[in-house]
Design a binder for this molecule. Structure first.
Ligand SMILES: Cc1cc2nc3c(=O)[nH]c(=O)nc-3n(C[C@H](O)[C@H](O)[C@H](O)COP(=O)(O)OP(=O)(O)OC[C@H]3O[C@@H](n4cnc5c(N)ncnc54)[C@H](O)[C@@H]3O)c2cc1C
Ligand code: FES
Length: 269
């Protein structure tokens, strides 16, 4: 894990990867593709802009048209894995790709997770599809890249079908679901609060829906705990050209695709 923060300053070229599989995992899909022409060492928390080589934007209303942003979940010998939640035409098209089909991609992009603060244990907190960038982070922390303790992982999902994504983690994540069909019937932020009340010497790494991240930010601010948040905003280009992804910080507006998507919680306005 890099201690510095290299920004992506120039648009890398779009290249073609080849789909190796798309598999259903409960409520989600796992898309795997061999990216032989790309860097073998993306940083956890970075993302790719994805589109299919064919039938992308060819529908009656020309959607999805623009590529879509996805955090990579894992990389193994040039094979990238993405965890997808189908919410619209782009994610639906990616989820129906088959082995051998082309996956156009740009990336890795943005600035990912930084190492935990010295003397703190890493606490990974994911909500729903926000679990994706924590899978490679857990792997990196377990490999000892950042030194220190193995990470604790807390995950919250809507239901047991969504919670199947927890199987992608190496350890045994603590689970909460909205309906109690897997793990505890609670919010993942309830689990976080219990952990921090017991031992606040942690660095929190969180990704999930906006309301969850805001609750994480407030809890960490109240207890003086360092937190990094992977945010989402609508991204049209992914490399700084369109200004579609700006978010407000204490220092003014930033483009999330080049200065994020991972930001320090204290930086947020
Ligand atoms: C840095 C980053 C990393 C991401 N990582 C993942 C990931 O690992 N797995 C995954 O499934 N999704 C991820 N997403 C979200 C993903 O980009 C959107 O779900 C996707 O663009 C939706 O495209 P669509 O054509 O299927 O749906 P659309 O028709 O474009 O949208 C369907 C619904 O989702 C909302 N939506 C679309 N894009 C976004 C967005 N970027 N942020 C918030 N809401 C949005 C729309 O407002 C609409 O309500 C990530 C987004 C960002 C910015
Ligand atoms: S997505 Fe275009 S500037 Fe960030």
């Amino acid at each position: 894990m890099r201690a510095t923060e290299p920004r992506t300053l120039a648009p890398p070229a779009r290249r073609m990867a080849h789909v190796t599989s798309v598999a259903r995992l409960g409520a989600y899909h796992v898309l795997r593709a061999l990216d032989s022409g790309g860097p073998a060492d993306p940083e956890p928390g970075q993302f790719y802009m994805l589109s299919s080589a064919e039938r992308w934007g060819g529908g009656a209303d020309e959607r999805p048209y623009l590529p879509r942003a996805f955090s990579y979940a894992r990389v193994r010998e040039g094979e990238l894995s993405f965890l997808l939640e189908v919410v619209g035409p782009g994610t639906a098209r990616l989820a129906e790709l088959g082995p051998g089909e082309g996956l156009a991609l740009v990336g890795p992009l943005g600035v990912g997770w930084r190492p935990p603060h010295e003397g703190t244990r890493p606490l990974l907190v994911g909500g729903g599809i926000g679990a994706a960038p924590l899978i490679c982070l857990e792997e990196e922390l377990l490999a000892g890249g950042a030194g220190g303790e193995p990470p604790a992982v807390l995950l919250g999902f809507r239901s047991a079908a969504h919670a199947e994504a927890a199987a992608l983690f190496a350890g045994a994540p603590a689970l909460a679901t909205d309906d109690g069909s897997a793990g505890r019937q609670a919010l993942v932020t309830d689990l976080l609060r219990e952990q921090l009340d017991a031992d606040p010497a942690a660095t929190v790494f969180a990704c999930g829906p906006h309301a969850m991240l805001e609750a994480v930010r407030l809890a960490c601010a109240e207890l003086g705990v360092a937190a990094q948040l992977a945010l989402e905003s609508g991204m049209a280009c992914g490399f700084g050209a369109c200004f579609g992804c700006v978010v407000a910080t204490r220092e003014g507006y930033i483009r999330l695709c080049v200065d994020g998507p991972v930001l320090d919680a204290q930086a947020l306005a």
